[in-house]
Ligand binder design. Structure first.
Ligand code: S3P
Length: 439
């Protein structure tokens, strides 16, 4: 998929299922590869980012059976079987590990690789090579890791495995990738390793480590893990990704007459900032059938077109919706009045600089938008103009602008959209399935 051509096709109606969670898919591969024994992971996300993690462990000698490649395994459930050998049984990779576009692969793997008895090199695509890694290099180095980077903390990372010591790290940034990297390294330490965050980032690693039998303690903003000899295999089903559902939620809200049912969406409270923000904007999104799936809260979402109003967004909500800002900017563009986003500086170091990329893209649609260092102000308007924009190689920008295109009067073209496959292969087919009847 190189470009998306999209136009308003009337109301979105019907039912879709949410694709599997990307963050949880990465962690499921990592922890099952480090566990001793066979893990079964259902509903694994076969998108480029988590497949990078999967391939990295194959490079280190872990046998991973994938139902899409084998008969006999339930392909219907996207099942993966990982034959973990134990925390200290990975083999030295024969080649550089290519993390592609995936920050989660690189940052979490750094914590694991820093503790091995071999050396390794992590690299990635041009976007990932421009993303800051000092945030993991600093704490891991404090633990005794040997990591060399390019320039001032940019990939490739050359990691010489070492024996690590426990620390208690006060992180300057609330980041699940930083926290997880340290906790994974902490598994290899003799003693208890702690991370204190300035805000509570997503907690999938803690939940899954607990399920693997690791000793995890959580007190307010401090998470600690005790070093161990072994962790247990997993049997789990990965819930749907609210970050992927978000594109459909906003599309359903802003296209008049829409009514959609989004099944099987993760609603972990560390991720539901988008639902709270949209609720404050006047959205009709109802959670139904709330349940627990493998230790994660899950619900079905009923979304109905709503007239949204601009609001101020800041503080804790920013962290709990950190990946949803491109699509929230689209919701704000279609809302009545002014939306102000503050405290969102982290958006500048995601897969693209999401503040400046969304500002430029939405400006073209005729929206009045003002960018500042840690956020932006958007004045919503009723009629978005159709535009031709690039994706900046960022999957969430491409999908957000496709949703903006649905609300515009005329044809919108988004170029360079291969990046959608990093998190959501089949995105356009799903979107089209909701407007098929209107044809
Ligand atoms: C992720 C954490 C977040 C998020 C990213 C996935 C994870 O990054 O933006 O898409 O899986 O841990 P930060 O840790 O940089 O906030």
């Amino acid at each position: 998929m190189n470009r998306i051509n999209i136009r308003n096709r009337g109301p979105l109606k019907g039912e879709i299922s949410t694709p599997p969670d990307k963050s949880i898919s990465h962690r499921a591969i990592m922890l099952s590869a480090l566990a001793k024994g066979e893990s079964v992971i259902r509903n694994f996300l076969r998108a480029e980012d988590p497949l990078r993690t999967l391939e990295a462990f194959r490079q280190m000698g872990i046998e991973i059976k994938d139902s899409s490649q084998l008969s006999g395994l339930s392909s219907e459930h996207n099942e993966i079987i990982v034959k973990g050998k134990g925390l200290r049984e990975l083999s030295e990779p024969k080649d550089v590990i290519d993390c592609g576009n995936s920050g989660t692969t690189m940052r979490l793997m750094s914590g694991i690789l820093a503790a091995q008895s071999f050396s390794s090199v992590l690299t990635g695509d041009s976007s990932l090579r421009g993303r800051p890694m000092k945030r993991v290099i600093t704490p891991l180095t404090e633990m005794g890791a040997h990591i060399n980077s390019d320039g001032d903390g940019y990939p490739p990372l050359k990691i010489k495995g070492s024996s690590l010591r426990p620390i208690t790290y006060k992180s300057p940034v609330a980041s699940a990738q930083v926290k997880s990297s340290i906790l994974l390294a902490g598994l290899y330490c003799n003693g208890v390793t702690g991370v204190i965050e300035p805000g509570k980032s997503r907690d999938h690693t803690e939940r899954m480590l607990k399920a693997c039998g690791a000793e995890i303690t959580i007190m307010d903003l401090t998470v600690s893990v005790a070093g161990t000899e072994t962790i247990n295999p997993l049997e789990m089903t990965i819930p749907g990704d609210l970050s992927s559902a978000a594109f459909f939620i906003v599309a359903g809200l802003i296209i008049p007459g829409s009514e959609i049912f989004i099944k099987n969406t993760g609603v972990n409270p560390t991720r539901t900032g988008i639902l709270d923000i949209l609720d404050n904007m006047g959205a009709h999104v109802k959670r139904e059938n709330e349940r627990d799936v493998s230790g994660e809260p899950v619900a079905d979402l009923y979304v109905k077109h709503s007239s949204l109003t601009g609001i101020d967004i800041g503080g804790d909500l920013v962290l709990r919706a950190i990946d949803e800002f491109p699509i929230l900017c689209v919701a704000a563009a279609a809302a009545r009045g002014r939306t102000k986003i503050t405290g969102a500086k982290e958006l500048r170091v995601k897969e693209s600089d999401r503040i400046s990329v969304m500002t430029a893209a939405l400006k073209k649609t005729g929206v009045h938008i003002e960018e500042f260092e840690d956020g932006l102000i958007i004045e919503g308007r009723e009629d978005l103009k159709p535009v031709t924009v690039g994706s900046s190689g960022d999957h969430r920008i491409a999908m957000s602008m496709a949703v903006a295109g649905l609300a515009a009067s005329g044809e919108t073209v988004i170029e360079n959209t291969e990046c959608v496959n990093t998190s959501f292969p089949g995105f356009m087919e799903k979107l089209e399935s909701l407007s098929r009847k209107e044809g």
